[in-house]
Design a protein. Structure first.
Length: 261
């Protein structure tokens, strides 16, 4: 399985992902946006897009669907509860199902509510572990819950699903917010040397060639995985006078601050 990350170079800094079976030259396009760019990349690798997967229903993750379908005849997959908000879905997905394309692509569907109620992440079950996480998990942060989401659901998604994945799981989010997220992480935990060192590295990279993190790295630098860190808790208590210190309250407090940051 080969993963091609495509930076859309738009105001929302979207990433799309072309996921290729190198044995059969079939491919999935995940959250297509710029149709011409997606099709050109498929042509460059001499692969046929047979499947579109939308992680959720927001416009910047589905806008390319009609153009890809018109050019390739690909089938659209999305969570079954997003069918009413994503036009022309062919296959409604449920947690635990497999998406299989060619002989190399086996993606386990995770229902990961929070950013929206019908959000899915995809976990590769063949080859090196990889998580295609849409707008649920970002490098050094978590998705917002302002447009149809629920922060309580997002907390449970993090602690009950994402936190249990192996450290070597590679992380492929739906946007490049890495630099800004690391700056927020440093503000919340100024003593985090790993975050400071990584920010210096990421600052020298362009979004087209941004590093791919692992869940192990995220545990070190992402405050939404560091809910019992004493420095994060202390800073929250100082900023939000009534802030409780249990992990769920810390998560909600961090998300509230990130929304206003």
């Amino acid at each position: 399985m080969k993963i091609i990350r495509l930076f859309m170079n738009n105001f929302l800094s979207n990433y799309c992902h072309l996921i290729i079976c190198e044995q059969t030259n079939e491919a999935i396009i995940l959250d297509p946006l710029d149709v011409d760019k997606c099709l050109a990349e498929a042509e460059r690798h001499a692969v046929k897009i047979t499947t579109i997967v939308n992680t959720h229903e927001h416009f910047d993750h589905i806008e390319g669907n009609p153009g890809i379908v018109a050019a390739t005849g690909a089938k659209i997959y999305a969570h079954k509860n997003a069918i009413s908000s994503i036009p022309n879905v062919d296959v409604g997905l449920s947690a635990g199902e497999l998406i299989e394309v060619g002989t190399e692509i086996r993606l386990r569907v995770l229902h990961t509510p929070g950013h929206t109620s019908a959000h899915v992440c995809l976990l590769s079950e063949q080859g090196e572990p990889a998580l295609f996480c849409g707008d649920t998990l970002f490098n050094a942060s978590a998705g917002n819950c302002k447009y149809g989401g629920n922060v309580n659901d997002l907390y449970h998604t993090f602690v009950e699903q994402l936190a249990n994945l192996p450290d070597d799981t590679r992380i492929y989010p739906g946007h490049d917010y890495f630099v800004n997220n690391l700056k927020f992480s440093q503000q919340r935990e100024p003593g985090n040397i790993q975050a400071a060192e990584l920010l210096a590295v990421v600052n020298r990279q362009d979004p087209e060639n941004r590093m791919v993190t692992t869940l192990g790295i995220e545990r070190q630098i992402n405050p939404f995985f560091r809910l019992q860190n004493e420095e994060i808790i202390s800073n929250l208590k100082n900023e939000l006078n009534d802030q409780q210190t249990d992990p769920k309250s810390v998560f909600i407090g961090l998300r509230n601050l990130r929304d206003r940051w």
